[in-house]
Design a protein around this ligand. Structure first.
Ligand SMILES: Cc1cc2nc3c(=O)[nH]c(=O)nc-3n(C[C@H](O)[C@H](O)[C@H](O)COP(=O)(O)OP(=O)(O)OC[C@H]3O[C@@H](n4cnc5c(N)ncnc54)[C@H](O)[C@@H]3O)c2cc1C
Length: 415
């Protein structure tokens, strides 16, 4: 595959852009693969990429029922941060954040990583205590975060009203090297690199059944025929329970819709990401000028990729107090994704009761930031047949053993 570079752009400009290769192929499924990954979201594609790059395994197919990146990966608000409380979470999210720093160079694809800084507002005494505790934990974990007072909050984001009538801003947890990236580009960049390594990314290929001989996996049934494999990695976010059911085991995961919206584009108004978890809303400004606003998850289980009106109202009503300028904006569009929530709000990266089947799920409302680190850890587990240090704490056993990784403060309502 030809490299993208300033020279390539100049060359193609001279020949009317007729010489670009397709970014990834559109192959027919082969009879079998060494590894099949179900789900071409960011986590599935990153797993494939690191299988090839770190472990030399390239006879890999990524099967996607829709289009790549069409699940939560292309529907999120793109917040990247690693200011989690527990050591295992901090380790995997920081690994991920640090991989994001150089991902554009690694993939030779501009994923538009923008380390503009993420500020999590403290608007109750409880939040102040929790975030100060997180800042201390992060210091021990080697993650650069700090607790800042209200004056610094105002400096960092002048449009914030720090004297809100219900929830004044008492300070914030600031991570300067956190930020955003272009979500589709993350999926596209990984897909291009995988395709370049000879892997098959097969879109419009839905897995409809999982074949087993005894307690070993032998392949999958799809709408494009049966495909054999001895290693199957299920990475389907909100549909994880459905795939687990096909394989004959159950998962401690619930699926709910989570939604977001964007305003009409306006002039530059804020250059950081702000999360206001007490009022339950978070906001950043896209390069196009739209205010990107995320809200809460539905309070009931469902598989709909649509938003609901009451959430838009709730989110905006809450945010207007902290960001009065948004009261005059028009909403441009709104959407939803199906997120997979675990009880302790931490992911699952694990072997399963079926030999040869691995699972990566449970990223819930906050897995975009984890894509590179999760792919790295999952690839290691699939290649070796057992999880390495990053993935081991996130195994399914923790639910049986009561070894929860409680991130409900960092992740329950946040992204
Ligand atoms: C509104 C919203 C805002 C969010 N904001 C943030 C944020 O700011 N920061 C953050 O870190 N995270 C955020 N998230 C969470 C983040 O988007 C997800 O955790 C992450 O994208 C999950 O990626 P994935 O690859 O696991 O899943 P997905 O991207 O959903 O990919 C799974 C894929 O599996 C495919 N699939 C399902 N069933 C089958 C089948 N039977 N056969 C074949 N393919 C199948 C689906 O079509 C899908 O493409 C947000 C999510 C939403 C919905």
């Amino acid at each position: 595959m030809k490299r993208y570079s300033a020279f390539a752009i100049a060359r193609e400009a001279l020949r009317h852009h007729t010489g670009w290769d397709r970014a990834w192929g559109s192959p027919e499924p082969k009879k079998s693969y060494d590894v099949i990954i179900v789900g071409a979201g960011g986590h599935g594609l990153a797993t494939a990429y690191y299988l090839g790059r770190n472990h030399g395994i390239t006879n890999v197919a990524v099967l996607e029922k829709g289009w790549l990146g069409g699940g939560n990966t292309g529907r999120n608000t793109t917040i990247i941060r690693s200011n989690y409380l527990r050591d295992p979470s901090a380790a995997i999210y920081e690994k991920s954040r640090s991989l994001y720093e150089t991902l554009s160079q690694d993939l030779n694809y501009n994923i538009m990583f923008s380390p503009r800084g993420v500020l999590m507002l403290g608007q109750t005494q409880h939040e102040v205590r929790a975030y100060k505790r997180t800042a201390h934990a992060n210091a021990l974990q080697g993650i650069e975060t700090s607790w800042v007072g209200p004056e610094r909050v105002k400096e960092l984001c002048p449009i914030i009203n720090i004297d809100g009538p219900r929830y004044p801003v008492l300070g914030g947890l600031w991570q300067a090297r956190a930020g955003t990236a272009r979500h589709d580009a993350v999926a596209w960049g990984y897909a291009r690199a995988c395709s370049d390594m000879g892997m098959d990314i097969i879109q419009k290929c839905e897995v409809t059944g999982i074949r087993r001989e005894g307690d070993k996996v032998t392949g999958v049934d799809t709408n494009r025929g049966t495909i054999g494999t001895k290693k199957l990695c299920i990475v389907v976010a909100g549909h994880s329970g459905v795939l687990a059911d096909m394989a004959g085991f159950r998962l401690p995961v619930e699926s709910v819709a989570l939604q977001a919206l964007v305003s009409e584009p306006i002039k530059p108004a804020m250059d950081i990401v702000v999360m206001a978890n007490t009022v339950h809303g978070y906001m950043s400004q896209s390069d196009k000028g739209e205010m990107v606003i995320g809200g809460g998850a539905d309070g009931f289980n469902n598989y709909t990729q649509r938003g609901s009106f009451q959430h838009i109202e709730e989110t905006i009503r809450a945010l207007v107090e902290t960001f009065p300028i948004i009261s005059r904006l028009k909403m441009l569009r709104q959407w939803g994704g199906i997120v997979d929530m675990t009880g302790d709000r931490s992911p699952i990266i694990s072997r399963t009761p079926v030999e040869g089947i691995f699972i990566n799920c449970g990223w819930g409302t906050g897995g975009f930031k984890a894509i590179p680190g999760s792919g790295w850890a999952t690839a290691e587990m699939v290649a070796r047949g057992a999880p390495g240090d990053l993935a081991a704490p996130f195994s399914l056993d923790r639910f049986r053993e009561g070894r929860m990784i409680d991130e409900s403060v960092a992740a329950a309502v946040a992204h």
